[in-house]
Design a binder for this molecule. Structure first.
Ligand code: CTP
Length: 477
């Protein structure tokens, strides 16, 4: 067995676990993602320790030595502690068999190799020995190191068994293919695992929506998330994950006219956003869902071709339901995604029309602080293959951005706060809360957005008093 000498196990914790395991007379190994990431040169602060024997006992002994609190999860037979910024999880080696209808395993103690056989992928089943006699030796019975070098995602046993044990692994396969791939070194799922995925996809039904959403989020945060979604599609997982995305697929033709293939377009937009956003999860959700209303708005108009009128509005209305179906938040993050889906056509529409100050002000008002993200999404949405058209749109787009900066500097619309507040109006006219207050404030807001008056109290007050007189209100002071 090769002994690893590249500093992978330099952290103090490995020596402590090794020594404590020897004292307890058990064998311990580092396993899983930490080992994989050592070979990939990726940082990983989560260490999984597998023990031939009782994992919880070893965790408690290590915890006592390093004076760290140990969290024990008896149901799962695991224990966790934090030490010098890293998280160490201990588990007893097991040969697992699962209930068919649930994820909760019936656990039986097993050897290291039995444990490795029941893990998800060969690249995640490699272990480093922590025994004194061969400290750092790689234990890799299923060829993980070979698969890592070749960029292969393969299950240690029959993929149908691996996926049936925990169907989430189908999404994990897809996520690892997206996450580990780089432009120089792509990772592919082996054909037999892809075939098993297509057969086993309906097993996704038993998964909790929360776990699916977590995998989706991790996939979205990859450098090239499209790869994950394409593989989900190839593996037949999409209908169980996001059926609305599946509905974007395909091109219909009428009178010899086809429309844009909206699934590929969406994935292109997603990658474009991911290339520049520095890891904004909810902006990526907005990219994924920006055209989600297209299938429901699709019409063929003879002589004109395909139209998707109002797909932004329909899409925005679909967002809460999609989030709910995945048990995701209904809070600010969802509302942000909804807003971006709703507004995603506006900057481009401006480009096509004359870029007036008032249109720019209205856009700034509606987008508020999310205007920069909206512009990132819109820029990413320009996926035409016609370079002349793209150059024209981009040039106009720059014009919109310049205009926005000008208007913003002058009128500070982004964080618009009406210079007239309700209490002032009630006091001035001696009136109780009533709809007239709303009418007057709305008139002020519209006058500012339309550029009729400046965004300041004096001009707003004058306009408000004029409008009030028109509806028969006169100051009592
Ligand atoms: N594992 C598994 N099946 C799962 C989840 C996890 O076999 N459904 C095993 C794998 O050996 C994996 C290890 O448990 O490497 C740890 O799981 P996790 O922390 O979820 O993943 P990592 O591989 O560490 O990768 P990442 O942290 O990037 O998700």
């Amino acid at each position: 067995m090769a002994t690893i000498t590249e500093g992978y196990l330099d952290h103090k914790i490995f020596g402590i676990v090794s020594e404590t395991a020897a004292e307890l007379g058990v064998r311990a190994f580092v396993i899983g993602g930490y080992v994989r990431d050592c070979f990939l040169g990726r940082a990983n602060d989560d260490i999984d320790i597998v023990v031939e024997g009782r994992g919880i006992e070893l965790a408690e002994a290590v915890g006592a030595k390093v004076r760290s609190k140990v969290s024990v999860f008896r149901n799962f037979g695991t224990a966790m502690l934090r030490y010098q910024g890293i998280e160490v999880e201990f588990v007893g080696a097991r040969k697992e068999s699962y209930h068919r209808e649930s994820r909760n395993p019936i656990v039986e103690d097993g050897s290291l190799e039995e444990d490795q056989l029941r893990r998800d992928f060969t690249i995640n089943a490699m272990a480093f020995s922590l025994q004194k006699e061969d400290f750092g030796a790689l234990v890799d019975p299923f060829g993980g190191i070979r698969d890592l070098a070749a960029g292969i995602i393969r299950t240690p046993c029959d993929p149908e068994v691996t996926f049936s044990d925990d169907p989430l692994r189908m999404l994990r396969a897809v996520r690892f293919a997206a996450k580990l791939s780089t432009p120089e070194h792509t990772f592919d799922i082996v054909p037999e695992a892809m075939a098993a995925m297509r057969r086993m996809a309906p097993r996704m039904e038993i998964l909790s929506k929360e776990r699916i959403a977590e995998e989706l989020n991790k996939t979205l945060l990859c450098d090239t998330p499209s790869r994950g979604f394409r593989l989900m599609d190839e593996g037949g997982l999409l209908p169980y994950v996001l059926p609305e995305l599946q509905a974007l697929k395909g091109v219909e033709t009428m009178d010899g006219k086809g429309h844009k293939e909206n699934f590929s377009h969406t994935l292109q937009v997603l990658d474009n956003v991911a290339a520049v956003d520095g890891g904004k999860l909810w902006l990526r959700w907005a990219a994924l869902l920006h055209d989600i209303g297209k299938p429901r708005s699709k019409r063929f108009v003879p002589g004109q071709g395909w139209t998707f009128h109002g797909h932004n509005v329909i899409g925005a209305k679909m967002v809460p339901g999609i989030f709910k179906s995945l048990k995701m938040t209904q809070g600010d993050e969802m509302k942000y995604v909804q807003k971006l889906v709703d507004l995603h056509l506006r900057p481009i529409a401006l480009v096509d029309e004359e870029v007036t100050d008032s249109a720019v002000r209205r856009l700034l008002f509606d987008a508020g602080n999310d205007i920069d993200d909206l512009m990132t999404l819109c820029n990413a949405d320009i996926t035409s293959k016609n370079p002349v058209k793209v150059a024209r749109i981009r040039a106009n787009f720059e014009l919109v951005k310049r205009k926005m900066a000008e208007v913003e500097q002058k009128d500070e619309i982004r964080n618009f706060k009406n210079p007239i507040d309700g209490a002032y109006v009630m006091d001035l006219f001696g009136i109780p809360p009533c709809q007239e207050i709303g009418i007057l404030k709305e008139a002020v807001k519209n006058a500012i957005l339309d550029g009729e008056i400046g965004n300041n109290f004096a001009e707003a007050d004058a306009l408000m008093r004029r409008k009030a007189a028109e509806i028969g209100l006169h100051p009592v002071k």
